[in-house]
Design a protein around this ligand. Structure first.
Ligand SMILES: C[S@@+](CC[C@H](N)C(=O)[O-])C[C@H]1O[C@@H](n2cnc3c(N)ncnc32)[C@H](O)[C@@H]1O
Length: 426
């Protein structure tokens, strides 16, 4: 495809994505379905251009104030995710001169908003929480996430998978904290590999793997993954149970649970029982009350810990939506807690970085549920032989002891932003 046509596609797709009426990945997929003539490379350039613009939208909009032509085209030029030579072939002389002048802008001259590229409400929240670390965290969210896989311990060993990947010419290193993880160099396609087709690997951020690890589900237990979705954590939990016991995968979205089925088939797990529930007080939940050894609540949340992958979220969420999530999270956690039997473990987790969806929910649950003993995440992970577990957890704050909560950050741990709290039912 001629670079001019490719740039036109980028601008057209950006115009759709920047309406923010649907998630960016859904808009991109729809655009690809509607434009079947686009090849693999062109699709990659289009998607990466859109994501580059979403990441640095505030900065690019500043640059786009100068220049001429439709705004989406200017943004697409700034974010264009292929080499400059190719881009040049698509630009007028005036656009080339404008782009050259944009290249000379010094970072030191920029206002904070043009460096952190966050909406003001979110910048304020994060700055209040992070103080001097704020800009480092914000900048870490501007980088694309690495590609992590989880080795399915029911099917294979991590070292074997690393070797098998090497035989395919793929470089992968063991992850720093998760015992099952490998981090790939670059972003190779993995789904065509036998390793993937035969269920030895799943694509999963290292942070997600650590949440499943924290539940520490054992052989023969009764376990519930309350918000299982497409089952990323379900599969990891099922493997820690060595394919024994009974693992219920609940979700209100039957559609998401459908997406678990092919993954389940590949994984070789036969201990997983997916079931759609109407809501968190569903009769099915009532019947299991007090019977479950371990319950994971991977709660619906703003997703603001995943901005490296979903940069549109920062422009689509707002404080009112976060407030709604907090209400939902409180209700789901309270219902899920009823499942846990005495001596059993409850884990509450999110992929949000906002205290309102994390510490505030967990602290309030603790105050209202004295029958649940808070567990120290750092101690649990140390027992599970995670190296330097204390560095993955929150420092002491107010009445809360150091290490109480798991708190993952891209700048510190190279994972998405995650939170988790654990309790034991007395
Ligand atoms: C963070 S996602 C889960 C991701 C999944 N655990 C994984 O690892 O891939 C949250 C899920 O909660 C589900 N959900 C929302 N409200 C719920 C409720 N009241 N009860 C159970 N699940 C709910 C959503 O459908 C969504 O799939």
């Amino acid at each position: 495809m001629h670079p001019k046509a490719l740039l036109d596609h980028c601008a057209a797709l950006l115009a759709q994505v920047l309406r923010f009426d649907h998630p960016a990945d859904a808009v991109v997929s729809r655009y690809f379905r509607e434009n079947r003539q686009l090849g693999q490379r062109e699709r990659a350039t289009l998607a990466e251009t859109v994501y580059a613009v979403l990441r640095r939208k505030a900065y690019f909009e500043l640059l786009a104030r100068s220049g001429s032509g439709p705004k989406e085209r200017r943004l697409a030029i700034l974010g264009f995710a292929a080499d400059r030579g190719l881009l040049s072939g698509a630009l007028s002389q005036q656009e080339k001169d404008w782009l050259h002048s944009c290249d000379t802008v010094q970072e030191s001259e920029l206002l904070p908003v043009h460096r952190h590229n966050l909406p003001q409400w979110l910048a304020t929240e994060l700055e209040a929480q992070l103080g001097e670390r704020f800009m480092a965290v914000a900048e870490s969210f501007l980088e694309p996430a690495p590609l992590d896989i989880r080795v399915n311990s029911v099917r294979a060993k991590r070292a074997e998978v690393q070797k098998a990947l090497a035989a395919e010419g793929l470089v992968a290193q063991p992850t720093s904290y998760s015992p099952w993880g490998l981090r790939l160099q670059g972003k190779p396609g993995l789904t065509r590999l036998d390793l993937y087709q035969q269920g030895s690997i799943e694509i999963q951020d290292e942070g997600s793997q650590l949440l499943a690890l924290l539940l520490d589900a054992r052989r023969g237990e009764m376990v519930v993954d309350f918000c299982a979705g497409a089952g990323g954590k379900t599969l990891a939990i099922g493997a820690t149970m060595r394919n024994t016991g009974r693992l219920y995968a609940f979700d209100v979205s039957a559609h998401r649970l459908e997406n678990l089925k092919p993954r389940l088939a590949r994984s070789g797990l036969s201990n997983v029982h997916p079931a759609a529930i109407a809501h968190e007080r569903d009769d099915r939940i009532k019947r299991l009350a007090g019977k479950i050894d371990r319950v994971l609540v991977d709660a619906p949340c703003s997703g603001l810990g995943t901005l490296r992958r979903n940069p549109d979220l920062k422009w689509r969420q707002d404080p009112a939506i976060v407030e709604e999530f907090a209400v939902k999270q409180t209700a789901i956690l309270a219902s899920a807690a009823r499942l846990v039997k005495p001596g059993g473990r409850l884990v509450y987790a999110t992929c949000s970085v906002l205290p309102m969806e994390n510490e505030v929910i967990a602290d309030a649950f603790g105050v209202a549920n004295l029958g649940f003993r808070p567990l120290n995440a750092s101690e649990l992970l140390t027992q599970l032989k995670v190296s330097d577990a204390a560095s993955l957890c929150s420092p002491a704050s107010g009445a809360v002891e150091a290490g109480r909560y798991l708190r993952l950050w891209p700048d510190l741990h190279g994972t998405d932003g995650f939170f988790a709290a654990a309790w034991q039912k007395l």
